[in-house]
Structures are given as structure tokens and as C-alpha cells.
Design a protein around this ligand. Sequence first.
Ligand code: HEC
Ligand code: CU
Length: 420
Amino acid sequence: MMLLHTRALFHWITESASKLKALFFMRRGWLAGLMGAFVSSSAWADWTVNMTEGVTAVSRSIYSLHMIIFIICVVIGVLVFGVMFYSILVHRKSKGAVPQQFHESTVVEILWTTVPFLILVGMAIPATKTLIDIYNTDESEIDIKITGYQWKWQYEYVGEGVSFFSTLSTPREQIQNSRIKNPNYLLEVDEPLVLPVGKKVRFLVTAADVIHSWWVPAFAVKRDAIPGFINEAWTNIDRPGIYRGQCAELCGKDHGFMPIVVDVRSEEDYEKWLVERKESAAQERMILEEDWPMARLMTKGKQVYGKVCAACHQVNGQGMPPIFPALKGADVAVNKTRVGDHVDILMNGIKGTAMQSFANQLNEAEIAAVITYERNAWGNKTGEMVTPKEILEYKKSGKYTPDPDNKTVTPFVNTNQAGL
Ligand code: HEC
Ligand SMILES: [Cu+2]
């Protein structure tokens, strides 16, 4: 929202500047020019510097609170400056004004204590009402657990068995300025949070690594996501639509690359979506039982790597040393005796570093695929593969045991050199 306002303001300034320039260079009809510049200006239509009202009862009461207090401030400002300028002008020395000499006027002291006090109490009453409303998460109909990660959001529909990650979908080329940017540049994700209209939704907000903050201005929801804590917030949205927000707590290198998109649908459409989502979760579980030959693991692994790992280790596997190590040529990824270590790193993360555990973020097939990919991409050529079944076993036993069916692997021949 802030961005929109800044943009509108910028637009207005540039437009006004060009109109002024036009005026200066106009020899004849300058009055007509002046009138034209100010009357027919479409720029006035964009003149929105105020807060937006948003689409929830809470956002509207915050908006009216903001307006009430704004008006109070304007009235006080006009009164105080009015009296001041009036006195300066009318009672100026050159007109022979003589200052009054008085000290410790009880009336004045009582007035300047009680009047501000009453004004403050008058402002605190509606503000407290709104605050209490903001924190009242009782009687929610839907619970969503939101977890912030470096740098993505996880949404879990509590009790529904549906959970997914939402990551930035703006292509890297646009970020690097080598392609024209989308209208929703950096405010778009692969999978938005889907919510129904007219239901009280409770958010349980937490984080898995550092502090993030989940912020959607149109809902007036902004809550810190802190590791080890669960903060609550709620919303009840009036109107279907796509609403966008951002992480609002500086959380590291890609802080500006973890946007929030909420797709608000009619209740019917939401239910339909939820059923579909549950079915695809069941299908995903079946996929684990299927056969996963090398080529399939590599294709899947490349996808997962690009989406999840490349932000730190880079698409070409070279990382950004010394903080984000290269995986290309890394001992753990090329040494045939260290498959177990490699699986450990993915499953448990590396304590105290940005390398987090992926055991709950990725399913078994995705973990197996990304490990296989790392061991066979960018010139790492071990020819080994790790299968979803092995990861499933790891989850049960807590350690890597090679599947005997999986040991007669012929070295992987990459027929798509350019692509890998
Ligand atoms: C948020 C940044 C980040 C993301 C995302 C990330 N890593 Fe890491 N990774 C690190 C850091 C930092 C280290 C080094 C930790 C240390 O200091 O030991 C590391 C280390 C590793 C290592 C060990 C390297 C070695 O030489 O010991 C492997 C293997 C690895 N990551 C694989 C992955 C894979 C696969 C993914 C995607 C599923 C991934 N990482 C995602 C930050 C990240
Ligand atoms: Cu963040």
C-alpha cells in the first residue's frame, strides 16, 4: 500500500513538474495553460496519500480511528496556530501593544491541564475498543498456522491435513533487470493462501529460524513470527479478491523476496479448493510408493533445488562463499562414502547456521530427488541415487540405510547437459 502511495505521489510530482515546464515555455495563452494544467489534470485522480480502508471490520475501525485522530489534530493545529498568528499580527509592537504581565494564573493552569487530559481520554476510548477487538481471537471458524522461514511462508490448515509452502514466483531475470517486470513484481507467489469470505479466520504465527512478520495491509493484520512462540491474530474478510502483503521484519538477505498473497474466495469455491487440495495431498503420498528411476529423480530434483535451495546455494551450485558453501564439488556431495552424511544434513540441518532441516518442508520424494540431483549435477558425477523409500526409512529409524534394491545403479548419463 505504502508503495502505491509513494508511486502515486511520485507520479503526481513528475506530472506537475512537466506541466510547470510547459507553462514556462508557453508564450501565449498562459492563463489558459494554467487553467488547463490544474483543471483537467488526471493526476488529481491519483492523489491518494491517505491510508486505505481495507476489507475487514478491524481495518475499517483502524481507518476511522486514524481519521478521528487526524481531524482532532487538524482542529487543534488550526486553533493553536490561529490564535498564535492572530496575536502576532494584531498585537504587534509596532502597533503599540504592551504585554500583559501575569504569573501563576490558576485558571490557565487548570485549563491547560484538563483540556489536553480530556482530549487524550477521548482518543483512548475508541483506541482501546479497537485494540481489544484486534486481540479477540475467540470463536474462530478456521485456524491457519503460519510459519516464516528464510525466505518463504508455510501455511497449515489446522485439522485439515493440508499444508504447503508459498514462495516468490517472480522470475530471477526480472530481479536482475534483464527482463521487463510484472505488474506485481516481488508481490507474487507460486501458491497463495486461500481463504473464504465472511468467516472468522485465526492465524497462529510463528517462525522456524529468525524473526519474520506476517503483514497484509488490507486486512490490518501484522503479527511478528518468532521462533519458539505462537502469536495469534485474526481476520474476517468481506470481499473476495487477491490481497498482497510482505514480510515486515528484516530477516536476512532475501527479506524483500518473501511476499504474501491471499486469494479470498466465496465459501463454496473455498470448500471446493480444500477438497481438491486434500486429494492431491493423498496422491502425493501414493507417489512415494511408485518407482523412481534416475531421470525422474533428476527432473524433480532440479525443480526442488531451483525453488528451495538456489536462493542460498545458487542455481549453478557454486553458493556464495564463505556464508553459503558451494555444493558443486563439495566433499559431502561427491564422496561415495558420505551419502549418509548428506541425508543427515538435509533431514536435520546444520545447527546454528542458515542450513535448516528440510524434513518437514519437503516430502520424501523431494528430499530424495534433491540429494540425487546434487550428487549428479554441475559435474558432480557419483551416479548414485537416493530413493523416496530410503528417506521414508530414515524417518522411521533416524539413520540412513541403503536400500539393497537400489545398489546396482549405472552411472547417470545426462542427455540434457545444457539444462542441468
Ligand atoms: C537459507 C539458506 C539455505 C538454504 C535455503 C539451503 N541451504 Fe544448504 N547450507 C546453507 C548454509 C549456510 C550451509 C553451511 C552451514 C555451515 O556453516 O556448516 C549449508 C550447507 C549445506 C550442505 C553441506 C555442504 C558442505 O559442504 O558441508 C548441503 C549438502 C546443503 N547445504 C544442501 C542444501 C540443499 C539440498 C538445500 C535445498 C533443499 C539447501 N541446502 C538449502 C544455507 C542454506
Ligand atoms: Cu521474513
